[in-house]
Structure formats: structure tokens, C-alpha cells
Design a protein around this ligand. Structure first.
Ligand code: FAD
Ligand code: SF4
Ligand code: SF4
Ligand code: SF4
Length: 372
């Protein structure tokens, strides 16, 4: 049976829990809100299915067949990059697929959900920079596949790998689209941040956007709305890019590689201004599309509503670091975690945040090193 002795070796995809035929596994959150399987040994019959289904250590991957810069001008204002994810999901629904993706729920937690109509697609748009909860999702995908439905699953590479592994022999009707993945932040810190914002503004939050597209493609800051008042901040984004609150598995991720586990890979086409001058110079966004399998190639051959696309070389390590290796944890990530668990969000903001003394010292040391 699955035993989590090292937190780095589980990405929380829920595949083992949903595939256990005896219902012996539940996903339980740790103090950072990251979910891990927990086995009720009184129900377990030691069949080994959960270990077999776990795809975290053995990526079954293919190198990308094609790489293109692509943008959908009518979709970009409400997408993170060039609108590729929504274009894929829209095409899938038009072709009778069930679509799965990450959405922000009413309680501002991020969870994967199942969508079977065009009306339901909007919440799946935009990147949510926090780990999405996959509770019950592999089971729903399996049910759809058993019923002969075609499924498009979108998510992080580890989620796609978990779903594909759970699907086993039913892969024919499953299409997976992953992102190049920098790592997923802690759901608990995200919650702590929102509670702190409500306290500091003495108002209830009405909506959130993790990376507000109205600030331009290159401007990564979160927008928190209190009714008509919008507060733009980089407090949370800063923790994300400092790698202070990533899931432990993200720092040893086996999927941060040119060999992809999904049929399709999508990402920001960073560096497009230099790679393809004139193609996307307006700071409105551009996606990069990899078709990694024949099914991915066939599905992305054309998009009925039009787009601009151009072949390009595979992005370099400078433009897409996580295509080559995982993000490394900040040297104070452990201390951040301990402080957060013991003292809460406001204390980590003060000690580790963008305005903190420790960050100013780090910046000063970096500056001095640059001049030596
Ligand atoms: C945590 C995270 C890390 C990322 N790291 C990188 C990176 O290092 N380099 C890079 O180029 N791009 C990265 N991306 C992808 C990028 O931000 C865009 O999501 C991607 O280019 C697709 O943009 P789009 O315009 O096509 O569609 P959008 O509409 O913006 O994308 C939405 C799609 O992303 C999926 N999604 C959103 N949030 C999550 C989540 N929390 N978990 C799983 N799936 C999610 C949705 O299911 C949907 O399919 C990351 C995204 C996330 C969520
Ligand atoms: S070994 Fe079998 S019964 Fe036990 S937890 Fe794993 S899948 Fe369930
Ligand atoms: S199947 Fe997923 S949730 Fe289960 S142990 Fe493996 S990585 Fe963790
Ligand atoms: S970095 Fe790897 S382990 Fe972490 S969410 Fe992304 S794909 Fe999963």
C-alpha cells in the first residue's frame, strides 16, 4: 500500500485514492494545505493497486513533435497567455468532449471541476497560482471514460500523469493538456493571505484574480476585489516567485522536462518578441503550443475560430527554466513554513515579504556581488 514517508515524493494527484477498490484511502491536508493519501489499514487488502497507479516516479513521456507560437486575439483579454487553453476547451466541447480544469470556487479555494457545456467553461480560464484540489476527479474521469465519453483533462503535468495512469487501458478517449509548471503554492498560505487582506481592509472579498490580465501580459500581480474597490498587490506573487511556499514535490519534479507526459503542452511564449519579431509585440499575450503525440497533433491541427500561429524552436532554458529542471526551494523555505504554521500569515509577511529586512539584505548582497 501507499505510504508517504517523504513528502517530496507525492504530488497529491488523488489517483491512488480514487483507484483503491476498497475505499481505504482518503486525501488529508497537512498544515500547509497540501493533500496526501492516508490509508485506513483496517480496509486495506494489500492489493498493490495504489502503488501501481502512482505515476509520480515513472513518467511515460514523449518529446514534443512540434512547437509553435500561437495566439487567439479574441480570447486573450480573459486568458493568461495567448488564449490557447480556452481555445482547446471550446473546441473540445464543440466536439462532444467533457472538459476538466481548475476553477476558483465561491470560497476562493481552487478545485478541479467537470464541465460539459460551453456555459461552464469561463471559470476554467486564467492561471490559479495555488495547488488545485483534485478530490474525486480521477473517479469522475474514469466514469466518463467507462461511459464512452471523450475527455479533455487540463492541469499540471503531474495531474495529467495521474489521470492517464488511472485511465489505464481507457486512454483512447482521453486527451491531456498540461502546462509548463513552475510549481504550485500552498493552499493554506493562499487562504491566510485572503483572511489577512480582509482584516487589513475591514471588508469582505468579492472576487480574486491571481494574475490580472488588465495589467498586461508581462505584469504579474494579483487583484483582490472588495465590491467595486480593486486592490492590486504583489505580496502573494512575491512568495510564489521566491519559492517560499511550493509543494515539496515541485522541487524534485520529474515532469520538468522536454519529455512531456501529455498529448499537448501549453505555456507562456516568453521571449517571443525576440524569437519572432512583430508576431506578438503588444504585451497582450502569446502562448506556446507543443503537440507531443499524434492525438495532440490531430486535435491542434486547426482551430475553427481562427488564430495566428508560427513554428518556432523549442524555448531555451533562459525563457522556460521549468522545461529543463524543477524550481529549487528558497534557502529559507523551511523556516517560512515553520513560521507560517506557528505564527500565521501576518508574521511571514513581516519576516519574509517583499518589504522585510531579510529580503532587503538579500537584495543588498546580490547588488554587492554584481559589482565585485
Ligand atoms: C501553478 C502554475 C504554474 C505555471 N508555471 C508556468 C511556467 O513556469 N511557465 C509558463 O510558461 N507557464 C506557466 N504556467 C502556465 C501559464 O500561466 C498559462 O496558464 C498557460 O500559458 C495557459 O494560458 P492560456 O492563455 O492558454 O489559458 P488560460 O485560460 O490562462 O489557462 C487556464 C488553464 O490552466 C489550467 N489551470 C489554471 N490554474 C491551474 C492550477 N492551479 N492547477 C492546474 N491547472 C490549472 C486550467 O485548467 C486551464 O486549462 C503556470 C500555470 C500555473 C497554474
Ligand atoms: S493496497 Fe489496495 S486496498 Fe490497500 S490502499 Fe492500496 S489500493 Fe487500497
Ligand atoms: S497517486 Fe498521486 S496522490 Fe497518490 S501517492 Fe502517488 S502522487 Fe501521491
Ligand atoms: S512542479 Fe511538478 S509536482 Fe509540482 S505541480 Fe507542477 S508538475 Fe506537479
Amino acid at each position: 500500500m501507499i505510504r508517504i514517508t517523504d513528502r517530496e515524493l507525492c504530488c497529491g494527484c488523488s489517483a491512488c485514492a480514487d483507484c483503491c477498490p476498497h475505499g481505504a484511502i482518503t486525501m488529508k491536508a497537512d498544515a500547509m494545505g497540501f493533500r496526501y493519501p492516508s490509508v485506513d489499514e483496517s480496509l486495506c487488502v494489500d492489493c498493490g493497486i495504489c502503488e501501481k497507479v502512482c505515476a509520480f516516479h515513472k513518467p511515460d513521456s514523449a518529446a514534443a513533435d512540434t512547437c509553435e507560437a500561437i495566439r487567439f486575439p479574441d480570447l486573450m483579454d480573459e486568458s493568461q497567455s495567448g488564449g490557447l487553453a480556452y481555445a482547446l476547451m471550446r473546441k473540445a466541447i464543440c466536439n462532444g468532449f467533457i472538459v476538466y480544469g481548475a476553477a476558483v470556487d465561491d470560497d476562493f479555494c481552487v478545485r478541479h471541476r467537470r464541465v460539459d457545456s460551453m456555459d461552464g467553461l469561463a471559470p476554467l480560464r486564467l492561471s490559479k497560482y495555488v495547488q488545485s484540489d483534485m478530490k474525486g476527479i480521477p473517479a469522475q474521469v474514469l466514469e466518463d471514460l467507462r461511459n464512452g465519453r471523450k475527455v479533455l483533462f487540463t492541469g499540471t503535468p503531474c495531474q495529467c500523469a495521474g489521470i492517464a495512469s488511472a485511465a489505464g487501458k481507457m486512454l483512447r478517449n482521453l486527451l491531456t493538456a498540461d502546462i509548463i509548471c513552475h510549481g504550485v503554492p500552498s493552499p493554506s498560505v493562499w487562504k491566510g493571505y485572503l483572511e489577512s487582506m480582509e482584516r487589513r481592509h475591514a471588508k469582505k472579498i468579492s472576487s480574486v484574480v491571481f494574475r490580472d490580465p488588465s495589467l498586461g501580459w508581462h505584469g504579474h500581480r494579483e487583484a483582490i476585489c472588495f465590491g467595486n474597490e480593486k486592490v492590486v498587490s504583489d505580496e502573494y506573487t512575491f512568495f510564489f516567485y521566491q519559492h517560499l511556499m511550493l509543494r515539496p514535490s515541485c522541487t524534485v519534479c520529474p515532469f520538468a522536462s522536454l519529455h512531456r507526459v501529455s498529448d499537448i503542452t501549453m505555456a507562456d511564449c516568453w521571449g517571443v518578441e525576440k524569437i519572432l519579431p512583430g508576431f506578438a509585440d503588444d504585451n497582450r499575450g502569446c502562448s506556446v503550443l507543443f503537440a507531443n503525440t499524434k492525438a495532440g497533433l490531430d486535435f491542434t491541427r486547426d482551430f475553427p475560430d481562427g488564430c495566428s500561429r508560427a513554428p518556432m524552436e523549442i524555448p531555451s532554458e533562459k525563457d522556460q527554466a521549468n522545461l529543463y529542471s524543477p524550481s529549487s526551494a528558497h534557502k529559507r523555505a523551511k523556516s517560512f513554513e515553520n513560521t507560517y504554521i506557528r505564527k500565521g500569515y501576518d508574521v511571514v509577511l513581516h519576516r519574509f515579504g517583499i518589504q522585510s529586512r531579510s529580503h532587503r539584505i538579500d537584495e543588498f548582497i546580490k547588488k554587492v556581488k554584481r559589482h565585485i
